[in-house]
Design a protein around this ligand. Structure first.
Ligand code: FE
Length: 187
């Protein structure tokens, strides 16, 4: 892997989408790239700010662990995909992008605990992973989770994550977001 820096990080990410995007997404009808592009489209349509659009676009990048430098993976304890993705992206993007990504699995567990109607939105595959991920949060975990500065953003991203699984939906490609992503890269 080439050495990544703030000048080539967006190329690297685009390259991952191009080479690996067609891979399947955890038992869903959409591919990985369709899923992330649809999540970004949901964010854009909702009038989300740029950071949250990019968070939606990149939220599952951690599924491509062999595209992530060892140094980023070494920061993680468990290297679950949300943690791997966030630890990778935090060197290049602000917390407003990284934190909703880091919390996107925890947010599923949170919403299952506090909003019963949210559970109805989960796909069969997402229910399976929920159980592996620890199931709905306990009331203590809920209190702790609500301290997150990006709670609202985390919740929004999670709803788009559930919504972004439609194999028939047409949406803009990665290049549509390219300038937006570039504008958020830290120097
Ligand atoms: Fe997702």
């Amino acid at each position: 892997m080439t050495n990544l820096n703030s000048h080539n990080i967006v190329n690297h990410i685009e390259d991952i989408f191009n080479r690996r995007g067609a891979e399947s997404y955890l038992g869903e009808d959409v591919t990985m790239s369709q899923h992330m592009l649809q999540a970004a489209q949901c964010a854009k349509k909702s009038g989300a700010d740029d950071s949250l659009i990019v968070a939606a676009l990149l939220h599952d990048i951690g599924h491509y662990q062999n595209e992530i430098p060892e140094t980023a993976l070494a920061k993680g304890k468990n290297n679950y995909h949300e943690e791997a993705g966030a630890n990778f992206l935090e060197d290049y993007f602000p917390l407003s992008v990284v934190e909703p990504i880091r919390q996107h699995v925890a947010t599923k567990r949170y919403l299952c605990a506090v909003r019963p109607e949210y559970f109805e939105l989960l796909s069969a595959a997402s229910i399976d992973t929920l159980n592996l991920q620890g199931g709905p949060m306990s009331s203590e975990e809920v209190i702790e989770f609500e301290k997150n500065d990006y709670l609202e953003e985390c919740i929004k991203l999670r709803y788009w994550d559930e919504d972004a699984k439609d194999s028939n939906r047409i949406c803009p490609s990665f290049s549509y977001y390219r300038a937006l992503i570039e504008s958020l890269v830290k120097n």
